[in-house]
Design a protein around this ligand. Structure first.
Ligand SMILES: [Zn+2]
Length: 228
């Protein structure tokens, strides 16, 4: 399910003047994907799982993954405003570096965990098809944090960031307002397929745990939005 190339690209060219002219939603979706990097990398490293290329994670990868998260928190909102105004600012430059380089290296040199597996599960539901990869990953991350039993302060920081930049924190925000138990079961089954990265979590994950985490994350997200 992952296509691994024999060699890296010769060049990755990212021009922030072009990005500043693009749709703000694409930048935000990129932030959703990058939002999961640190949490998935940390889960990976804590469990001493082999990374995407079969090696162990490094201090370098974890430091970059953490810098990715910190940059999102510090620059995400300002970068979004810059793209809405179609201008390039230092905050946008830093945020784009986080979305691409820091997230890319942080993920590739460490690995994925529940957030991306739940994303893959969500893609089985037709309602989510109009939503972007990073949007579904952001909600998947919320489910991961709930399933891992992370501290309320950790969850709130992610919720706060997500709602500030407009990333989804509820099922209805990814097209699943009326999700049926059967659909939820299918999502959870797909998320826990044998080859899935959810099994990099440091505990055994079952489909039942995933559907519970999805319901709980949705409830937490809805409560959070009511409190704003
Ligand atoms: Zn991704």
């Amino acid at each position: 399910m992952f296509r691994i190339y024999r060699r890296n690209p010769d060049l990755v060219l990212v021009d922030t003047r072009v990005i500043a002219q693009g749709p703000p939603r694409l930048l935000v979706a990129g932030m959703g994907d990058a939002l999961a990097t640190w949490f998935e990398a940390k889960t990976y490293a804590d469990g001493r799982v082999r990374n995407m290329r079969g090696g162990l994670s490094t201090q370098t990868a974890l430091t970059l993954a953490e810098a990715c998260y910190r940059t999102l928190l510090e620059d995400g909102a300002d970068a979004l405003e810059a793209v809405k105004a179609k201008v390039v600012t230092p905050a946008l430059e830093r945020l784009v570096e986080a979305n691409t380089l820091l997230s890319g290296i942080g993920f590739e040199s460490s690995g994925l965990a529940a957030a991306h597996a739940i994303h893959n599960g969500l893609t089985t539901a037709r309602g989510t098809h109009d939503f972007l990869h990073g949007e579904k990953v952001a909600f998947g991350l919320l489910c991961q944090l709930v399933m891992e039993g992370q501290a309320r302060s950790v969850v709130e920081r992610v919720l706060g960031f997500a709602t500030t930049v407009g990333l989804p924190v509820t099922l209805s925000e990814i097209g699943l307002a009326g999700v049926t138990p059967a659909e939820l079961g299918l999502i959870a089954q797909r998320a826990t397929a044998r080859e899935e990265t959810i099994h990099n979590e440091p505990f055994e994950v079952t489909a039942g745990m995933v559907s519970d985490a999805i319901r709980a994350a949705d409830a937490i997200g809805r409560a959070w939005k009511r409190s704003l």
